[in-house]
Design a protein around this ligand. Sequence first.
Ligand code: FES
Length: 297
Amino acid sequence: MAKYSGGTGAIAQSWKNQPIATSVLRLWLGLTWVYAGWNKATDAGFLNQASPHYIGAQLAGYLKTSPISFILRRMIEHAQLIGWGTMVIEFVIGFAILAGFSMQLMSLAGFGLSAVLWLSATWSVKPYFLGSDTAYMVLWAALFFLVRDAAKGKRNSSVISDLTERRNFVRLVGVGVAGIAASLAGTKFRARVATPEAGSSITTVASFPVGSTMSFTAADGSPAVLFRTAAGVFAYSAICTHQGCTVAYDSGSHLLACPCHGAQFDPSKNAAVVQGPAQSPLASIKVAIKGANIVQI
Ligand code: FES
C-alpha cells in the first residue's frame, strides 16, 4: 500500500499506479465538475430572480416534463438555496476527484447529481443520447467500479469509511471549505445585470403586436410580464403575492400561473386571484406606448 505522505504528496500519490482509464475519468470528470460550479458561480443570472436562467425559472420549466416534478415543485420555493447547494457540491465533487479524496463516495455523489439532472433538465431530450447527463451517469459509474476494485483488500477503503474515517472526514471538510470559497470567488466575476431604467424601451411597438405577451425585467430589477391587447399595453410584476415565486403566463389557460403552490391570476382582470393560495392580485406596473417604443413609466 502506498505510504501516506499527506497534503500535496498524497494528491500526487493518488495519480500514480492507477490504470490509465481511471486517470482519464478522474481528469475529465474532476475538471468538468469544477467548471460546472464555476460556470454557475460566475453566471449573473443563475441566482437572479429577474433572469430567464434563474435557477427557480429553470426548475419551473422542468415541471411539465419531469417525472420528479413533485420534488422539483418543492425545490422552487428554496431555489436560491438549491442554486448555492448545487454550485458548492459540484466544486466539492470536482476538487475531491482531482485530489483523490473519498473517490468511491464522490463517484456515487456525481452519479446521483447526474441522475437528478437527467430526471429534470434533460428528461425530455430525445433521443436520449443527445442529452449529456446519461453519459455522465455511465462515466461516474465506471469510475466508481474502477476505484472500488482497486481498493479491494485495503483498510478503510469503503464508501462508508470514505465519509467516517477521520482522515477522510477532515479532507472532505477541506474540499467543502474550498467549494464554498470557490463559489464566493466566482460571484466576484459576475457581469453586472443590466436593469432598464424607467422610460427606457422594453420593446418596440412593431415587434410586439396586439395579442403578444413577453417577460421583461422591470426598472427595479424584478421579473415582470408585459401584455398588449386592442385596449393598449399593460404589465404586472411576476412575483407571486403568496410566497414570492416567479409566475409565468400560461397561453393555454390565458392566466399567470405560479409553479410553487398553484396560484393563478387573470391578467385580463387586473391580475386578480383566480385560484389561491395567493390572496391578493399581482402588482401592476405602469407601461405605455411612446412613439415606436413600449416603455415603463
Ligand atoms: S408562491 Fe405560493 S402560490 Fe405562488
